[in-house]
Design a protein around this ligand. Structure first.
Ligand code: NAD
Length: 457
């Protein structure tokens, strides 16, 4: 390919394997031009009065709300997400924008008592923020970055994953329609080593938000270090779902499949290791089997479908490489075209095997027994990851002890919830750096400036 030929990427529907659109990938020159536009737009965007910036963000949220069904259908076609999930994701993008629309008018500094004058702090925007998004949750992950970044007065260049650019492109159109000025929020479809890497190396990009694999995240962090560029990382996971003997076993078993097979397991918070107290192991497995076989896998457009296909043929191959010939339970998948992989339970499983230690990012879960609280924590924490996890018990003291003991950023007790836009989200250890969402996310998109004003005559 010569440099004048456009780099075209065929976007494929993973449920049908049909090409649904061809998207031009931005090259180095286009990336630099977009960063220059974002840099120019920053000077005026940061000066937009807080109430006006808030109003524009509320208008953006309203535009997303009005387009929710269209955005959801785009995601069903582009990512194979079930329509129920895709509607939630579009609603989540709207909610995140609306939540941070309240921020410009609440971006408080402090007044600190000092001698000889007044000391005040300001939360200053950073400049251009580069956001790099993976393919597994294209809309929510984009919004978790761009909404607080824009609210704090930054401008944004955002690169969706190669495989899933369509909803991000639509969100950029909706921002313009809502009155967000040109250059303030730009979406650049492109390749990681081209556009993503330029966000890291370009000196006018003052912050990078990266969500994706731990491998690429480490390279992004190393690149940012060369310019002492702040970076937020949301990386992989291998989370534990810990079930104690005193738990509501029916509920724990009925919900466990959805905690890992949701989005076909392509979820960084997937509870892909189930740890069950040994005295109830057999009982739990007997309850888990019908729950797994009951997961409805099929056409993601069907409202009743609970699990769709994997994102690509390559991902299916990767997932299959972790699955031995003998499995404990395996569901069914539709015949014919589409990147299908059945819900799969591995038990017994060697705790040092890759299936138990590596992130599979597919609908595969491994179940192991544990003796007591200490043993459960030892197994749960024996991983380089630390993103999420669940604890099932009726003993409140134990729930809190174990929740405090698990080295992970997002835990739930008698539930599998990980993400709420109003609470902080992020990982311990190699699952990430920094936190997104919640009341403090603006700290990651501002610098604190201290100003002393003398009152002496
Ligand atoms: P990936 O790391 O391959 O790609 C993620 C993004 O980085 C893509 O947009 C890609 O184009 C870009 N990229 C690739 N090479 C790059 C480079 N050299 N420089 C800059 N950018 C580059 O990951 P993926 O396969 O798209 O996504 C799956 C991974 O994302 C999983 O490991 C999953 O756990 C993780 N993830 C984490 C979270 C979280 O919040 N912690 C959320 C979703 C996904």
């Amino acid at each position: 390919m010569t440099s004048t030929e456009p780099d075209l990427f065929e976007v494929v529907n993973p449920a049908t394997e049909e090409v649904i659109e061809t998207v031009a990938m931005a090259g180095p020159a286009e990336t630099d031009a977009a960063i220059a536009r974002a840099r120019a737009a920053f000077d005026s965007w940061r000066r937009v009065a807080p109430a006006d910036r808030a109003r524009l963000l509320r208008a953006f949220a309203a535009a997303v709300d009005a387009d929710r069904e269209n955005l959801a259908q785009l995601e069903v076609a582009n990512a194979g997400h079930t329509v129920g999930n895709a509607r939630w994701e579009a609603g989540n993008a709207r909610d995140v924008i609306e939540y941070y629309a309240a921020a410009p008018e609440r971006l408080f500094g402090r007044q600190i008592p000092v001698a000889g004058g007044i000391d005040v702090t300001f939360q200053e925007p950073l400049g251009v923020v580069g956001i790099i998004v993976p393919w597994n949750f294209p809309m929510p992950i984009a919004a978790w970055g761009f909404a607080p970044a824009l609210a704090a007065g930054n401008t944004v260049v955002l690169k969706p994953a190669e495989l899933t650019p369509l909803t991000a492109l639509r969100l950029a159109e909706l921002a313009l329609q809502a009155g967000i000025p040109e250059g303030v929020f730009q979406v650049l479809p492109g390749r990681g080593p081209v556009v993503g890497e330029r966000f890291v190396t370009h000196p006018d990009v003052r912050k990078v938000v990266f969500t994706g694999s731990t491998r690429v995240g480490k390279a992004v962090a190393a690149g940012c270090a060369a310019q002492v560029k702040p970076v937020t990382l949301e990386l992989g996971g291998k989370s534990a779902n810990i079930v104690f003997a005193d738990a509501d076993l029916m509920k724990a078993a009925a919900t466990a499949p959805y905690a890992v097979f949701d989005n076909a397991g392509q979820d960084c918070c997937a509870r892909s290791r189930i740890l069950v107290q040994e005295s109830v192991f057999d009982e739990f497995m007997a309850l888990l089997e019908p729950a797994v076989l009951g997961v409805r896998v099929g056409d993601p457009r069907d409202e009743k479908t609970e699990m769709g296909p994997l994102i690509s043929a390559a991902q299916r191959e990767r997932v299959a490489s972790y699955v031995p010939e003998q499995v404990a339970v395996q569901g069914l998948v539709p015949e014919g075209r589409g990147f299908w992989f059945p819900p799969t339970v591995l038990a017994p499983v060697d705790q040092s095997s890759p299936a138990f230690t590596e992130e599979i990012f597919g609908p595969v879960v491994a179940v192991v027994p544990f003796r007591d609280e200490e043993d459960a924590l030892r197994i749960a924490n024996r991983t380089e990851y630390g993103l999420s996890g669940s604890i099932w018990t009726r003993d409140l003291g134990r729930a809190l002890r174990v929740a405090r003991g698990v080295e992970a950023g997002n835990l739930s007790v008698n539930s599998h919830s990980s993400v709420r836009y109003s609470t902080p989200f992020g990982g311990f250890k190699q699952s990430g750096l920094g936190r997104e969402l919640g009341p403090d996310a603006l700290n990651a998109f501002t610098e604190t400036k201290n100003v002393f004003i003398s009152t002496e005559e």
